[in-house]
Design a protein around this ligand. Structure first.
Ligand code: TYM
Length: 339
């Protein structure tokens, strides 16, 4: 079992990232290391330059994201934790896979369509070829499982298509080079929505900080954001069907259920009939209880820049060693001469 996943260091780690992906990174780390598997988790800093960015912010965010991931439970002694920029094999592999990926496949990516909007001509080439780098990230390690939120599913299907086409085109049938990676998406928290708008996902790029709970928010901020979250005037229903057409209510109830380790049905059995005036403080208290230890650890870790850099350096050394064998086989399969 080889588990691989990444996150862009473009801002704060938020509750959507945590519930959709990072919680699974931590639980898979515990399972995999107990069963002889391996986990590789990385900061997708090479992906982050596909959009306009400020260099000083990127380096600061990269270090903050390492601190946040360790605070959430990623253990750099058990998982390989690194940033792409220190493992140039990812970018090399992307170039090799660019020969296999098709323009039509990339043109169909919804993230590309959403981010480019009507101004395709004005986008960076990197934004268009972004999913090929993502395929390289997982294929280079022969990943078997990739824990992600729902929004990354299409990119992983593309990684599988690239792997399959490469195996067909350049490998014999009984010796395919690439493992086809399977996405691992949590059923309840696949898509956590914005606190201001139940129809758009919670996101780092939303200009309003009130739209998301950051894993680094203090208790007062969390409580204030929950109390100001958009809702409707109706009381909570007592069963799941009653959440139909109530996106904001559904989102808050789902967050409660996942954070409490229970089901939506159980939350509604407890709060059904009550208004948001009593549900919101309960949700705020639960979030503060669960997130405060993470926040406290984050505040401590972020101060030691040298320690954070050392984690990335050590992780990158391990990652390079794991990446090189598949990269070399890829060069060979393509007929490229390497001394
Ligand atoms: P990124 O940085 O946008 O998000 C990191 C992880 O958080 C999940 N996520 C969510 N899950 C539920 N609800 C939300 N509102 C929410 N917002 C984000 C994402 O699905 C993701 O799992 N392209 C990737 C990074 C990447 C990657 C990879 C992932 C680069 N290479 C290889 C897996 C494998 C991205 O931008 O994620």
């Amino acid at each position: 079992m080889r588990i691989v996943s990444g996150i862009q260091p473009t801002g704060n780690l938020h509750l959507g990232n945590y519930l959709g992906a990072i919680r699974n990174w931590v639980s898979m780390q515990d399972d995999a290391t107990a069963n002889g598997g391996e986990c590789l988790y990385f900061l997708a800093d090479l992906h982050a330059i596909s959009m306009p960015h400020t260099p000083a912010d990127l380096s600061a965010n990269t270090r903050e994201m390492v601190a946040a991931l360790v605070a959430c439970g990623i253990d750099p002694d058990r998982s390989v934790l690194f940033n792409q920029a220190q493992v140039p094999q990812h970018a090399e592999m992307q170039w090799l896979l660019n020969g296999t990926a098709r323009m039509g496949w990339l043109n169909r990516m919804t993230q590309w369509k959403d981010k480019a909007g009507k101004n395709r001509e004005g986008q960076s080439v990197a934004l268009f070829t972004y999913p090929v780098l993502q395929a390289a990230d997982v294929l280079i390690y022969q990943a078997t499982h990739v824990p992600v939120g729902e929004d990354q599913k299409q990119h992983l299907e593309l990684a599988r298509d690239i792997a399959q086409k490469f195996n067909n085109d350049f490998c014999s049938e009984d010796a395919p080079l690439f493992t086809l990676p399977a996405p691992f998406i949590p059923p309840e928290a696949a898509r956590i929505m914005s606190l201001r708008d139940g129809s758009s996902k919670m996101s780092k790029s939303d200009p309003s900080d009130m739209s998301r709970i950051n894993m680094t928010d203090d208790a007062d901020t969390i409580m204030q954001k929950v109390k100001k979250a958009k809702t409707d005037p109706e009381p909570l229903p007592s069963d799941k069907d009653g959440l139909e057409g109530r996106a904001e209510a559904r989102n808050l109830v789902s967050i409660y259920a996942v954070m409490a380790g229970t089901s939506v049905e159980d939350v509604l059995a407890q709060f059904g009939g009550q208004g948001f005036g009593s549900f919101k403080p309960a949700l705020g208290d639960l979030l503060v209880e669960k997130l405060s230890p993470i926040n406290a650890r984050f505040v401590e870790l972020r101060q030691d820049r040298a320690a954070l850099d050392a984690i990335l350096k050590k992780g990158a050394e391990k990652a390079r060693a794991l990446a090189i064998p598949t990269l070399e086989k890829t060069y060979e399969a393509l007929g490229l001469v390497r001394g």
